[in-house]
Design a protein around this ligand. Structure first.
Ligand SMILES: *[C@@H]1O[C@H](CO)[C@@H](O)[C@H](O)[C@H]1NC(C)=O
Ligand SMILES: *[C@@H]1O[C@H](CO)[C@@H](O)[C@H](O)[C@H]1NC(C)=O
Ligand SMILES: *[C@@H]1O[C@H](CO)[C@@H](O)[C@H](O)[C@H]1NC(C)=O
Ligand SMILES: *[C@@H]1O[C@H](CO)[C@@H](O)[C@H](O)[C@H]1NC(C)=O
Ligand SMILES: CC(=O)N[C@H]1CO[C@H](CO)[C@@H](O)[C@@H]1O
Length: 166
């Protein structure tokens, strides 16, 4: 009887670990933009091309370098897509982030030929225009970390030749 309840407690403990680690693996949404000036119609080839591009991004998210770009279709309905994962996360978390962002962007930007979405762990972007190896400064978003920090000075003097206050 005693052995039995210890065994049950051990099982509950294991289940607890499994649940908490899978919760920790949930990627977190931050922000997105849909380009509203360029919408597609359901009858065009674009949604099917986008679906294939996103599926290809998902299946290539297992790569260890955390980046992939791919295209489907031609001319006006070509769907170019890419993702970039944060450098300090596991390939598993990268993969679940690419899965989450690609499912999410389809719902948030359901008519648009161009969109970008940021999660804590990765970003994903698609467009009918060429976007690979292009530096873009917009759209942009600034997010504030409202937590307190122990050492504010460590954020203040990075670019100057100031000394830390004594
Ligand atoms: C594109 O679709 C969005 C959302 O449905 C809408 O707000 C926007 O006005 C549309 N843009 C054009 C140019 O039709
Ligand atoms: C592509 O379309 C299929 C069928 O509608 C859907 O089940 C699947 O989730 C889509 N894939 C992506 C990456 O959106
Ligand atoms: C990766 O992408 C390529 C090209 O888009 C595709 O052919 C392939 O099926 C994808 N998946 C894997 C696991 O390589
Ligand atoms: C992207 O789509 C828009 C709207 O349909 C179109 O005007 C534009 O020419 C397309 N761009 C390319 C590179 O095909
Ligand atoms: C499929 C595709 O267009 N891949 C491109 C990804 O981006 C590199 C440059 O960063 C291109 O060389 C590839 O052709």
């Amino acid at each position: 009887m005693l052995f039995c309840s210890i065994w049950i407690m051990f099982l509950l403990f294991l289940i607890g670990i499994l649940i908490s680690s899978s919760v920790a693996q949930q990627p977190t949404y931050r922000y997105h933009f849909c380009t509203n000036t360029r919408n597609y119609t359901a009858k065009s080839a674009f949604p099917a091309n986008l679906n294939l591009t996103l599926a290809s991004l998902q299946s290539n998210a297992t790569r260890s370098n955390g980046f992939y770009n791919t295209s489907t279709g031609q001319s006006l309905d070509r769907a170019n897509g890419l993702f970039l994962c944060r450098g300090d996360i596991s390939p598993e978390l990268c993969q679940s982030c690419v899965k989450a962002t690609s499912d999410d962007i389809i719902n948030r930007c359901s008519r648009q030929k161009e969109a970008i979405i940021w999660y804590d762990e990765c970003m994903l972007r698609y467009s009918n225009e060429s976007i690979f190896s292009d530096m873009e400064e917009a759209p942009v978003v600034y997010l504030w970390n409202r937590n307190n920090i122990a050492d504010p000075w460590s954020f203040q003097y990075h670019f100057g030749s100031f000394d830390e206050p004594s």
